[in-house]
Each structure stands twice: as structure tokens, then as C-alpha cells.
Design a protein around this ligand. Structure first.
Ligand code: 5GP
Ligand code: ZN
Length: 117
């Protein structure tokens, strides 16, 4: 099936295969590919094929899809690291969101420190 896409969205273009990405996991509704500027040994972006602007909208419009994204994060961490991971959603520009197509950052492969801001 065709995905719901936005014309000028970077991640819609990656989902459609119009831009290259280093794919790690792909399901009917979700893809996972390596971040171009990794912040950990494993840094993968988990992205729904359909365009949704941010995680709070997705959580109310399609909670099952959000749940599937977490399941894909688990698979990524199991395949590329020891199964342990941090998953981050930046929601809004002041929180660091720069691509406005929902994505979860999956960070793994190292002991991760914690700095809240
Ligand atoms: P945000 O800041 O919106 O939470 O995360 C966007 C992420 O997308 C950043 O970590 C950035 O490095 C990554 N990114 C930006 N452009 C590209 C790209 O063209 N390909 C890939 N694989 N990652 C990208
Ligand atoms: Zn999009």
C-alpha cells in the first residue's frame, strides 16, 4: 500500500526510496535506518511510513503504530547491540526536533550517560 506522504518531507522521501538511507529494519508500517550524524555507536531512527508531524499527534491518532515503533526499536537494539537501548522523541523545535515527521532515536552500543538538557 502507498504511504501517506508530504511533498517536502525528508523522511517521506527516504520511506519512498527517493533518497538513500542505511536501512536496518523494515516492516509494513515502520522503517529504521542509521542516523547520518550518529551520537552513539548505534544510532538508528525509527520512522513510521505514514507522515505524522510529531509523537503527541501519533499517540492519539494511532497508538498501535507508536507501539509498533517501540517493538522495532527493540529489534534494532537486539540485532545491532546487546538489546539495551535508549529511545528518544524530540517533540517541538525547542526540544531539538528538526525533522517534522515522527521518529524515535534509538541509541545503543555503549554505556549511556544522562544529561537532562
Ligand atoms: P530531530 O532533531 O528532528 O529529533 O532528529 C533528526 C535526525 O535526523 C538528526 O539526528 C539528524 O542527524 C538526522 N538526519 C538529518 N538528515 C538526515 C538524512 O538525510 N539521513 C539520515 N539518515 N539522517 C538524517
Ligand atoms: Zn513525512
Amino acid at each position: 500500500a502507498e504511504s501517506v506522504s508530504e511533498p517536502d518531507c525528508l523522511f517521506c522521501k527516504i520511506v519512498a526510496g527517493q533518497l538513500p538511507a542505511d536501512m536496518v529494519v523494515s516492516t509494513d508500517r515502520v522503517v529504521a535506518f542509521r542516523d547520518i550524524d550518529p551520537k552513539a555507536p548505534v544510532h538508528v531512527l525509527v520512522v513510521p511510513r505514514d507522515h505524522h508531524g510529531d509523537v503527541s499527534v501519533l499517540a492519539s491518532s494511532d497508538p498501535a503504530l507508536l507501539s509498533e515503533m517501540v517493538a522495532v526499536a527493540d529489534r534494532v537494539a537486539g540485532e545491532l547491540a546487546d538489546g539495551q537501548y535508549r529511545m528518544i522523541f524530540n517533540s517541538g523545535p525547542r526540544a531539538g526536533q528538526s525533522v517534522f515527521h515522527v521518529h524515535g532515536h534509538v541509541l545503543a552500543g555503549a554505556s549511556l550517560g544522562w544529561s537532562p538538557a
